[in-house]
Design a protein around this ligand. Structure first.
Ligand code: IMP
Ligand code: MG
Length: 180
């Protein structure tokens, strides 16, 4: 049964096989880098959940996870530039090896804010893992160690990325064009 996508045209940019292969590669890279350590993953709600659950199954290292939610985008195709913490961590990260797991780096404002905020809590290390990046959109430079795919400046949905909370369940990353 095809996915119903009312009000929009979708074009596949990254298919399921490419996604799964890249997530596996990232998992292997992270596992090598954190071998013998305990890694605390911070999943940024809601868009990084599907990425997180796929990624951790390729991390045969000692991990724990926590979740954080920040406000951005507010149901619009354009970022407001405003970031605030809507749900904070349950855990204390002082002295821990911490990794932010994010769906996409766009302007970079969200992850820039998050890294500045989390650094004040004195983790022993803080790295960034993003499934997608749109480098041409950057306003704040972000130093992400792990990036799944660099993509062009197009609005994408699927694999937990949404437009107004829709399309998170698409198994692909697809470019969304609204019907005129
Ligand atoms: P930034 O602060 O501009 O880097 O935006 C990051 C957030 O904006 C991401 O975590 C997404 O929630 C959202 N976002 C940016 N680009 C897209 C997109 O193409 N599709 C869906 N959400 C996006
Ligand atoms: Mg997000």
């Amino acid at each position: 049964m095809p996915f119903t996508t009312p009000g929009a045209q979708l074009k596949v940019l990254i298919d399921e096989r490419q996604l799964q292969q890249r997530v596996k590669d990232l998992g292997e890279q992270i596992s090598r880098d954190y071998q013998g350590k305990h890694l605390h993953l911070i999943c940024i709600l809601k868009g990084a959940c599907v990425f997180l659950v796929d990624l951790i199954r390729h991390l045969p290292v000692d991990i724990s996870i926590d979740f954080m939610a920040v406000s951005s985008y507010a149901n619009s195709l354009h970022t407001s530039g405003e970031v605030k913490i809507v749900k904070d961590l349950d855990s204390i990260i002082q002295g821990r090896e911490v990794m932010i797991v994010e769906d996409i780096l766009d302007t970079g404002l969200t992850v820039d804010y998050l890294t500045r905020s989390l650094r004040t809590r004195a983790p022993s290390s803080l790295s960034i893992c993003a499934l997608l990046s749109k480098p041409t959109r950057r306003i704040k430079e972000v130093n992400a160690t792990y990036v799944g795919f660099e993509i062009p400046d197009e609005f994408v949905v699927g694999y937990d990325l949404d437009f107004a909370e829709r399309y998170r369940n698409l198994p692909t990353i697809s470019v969304m064009k609204k019907d005129e």
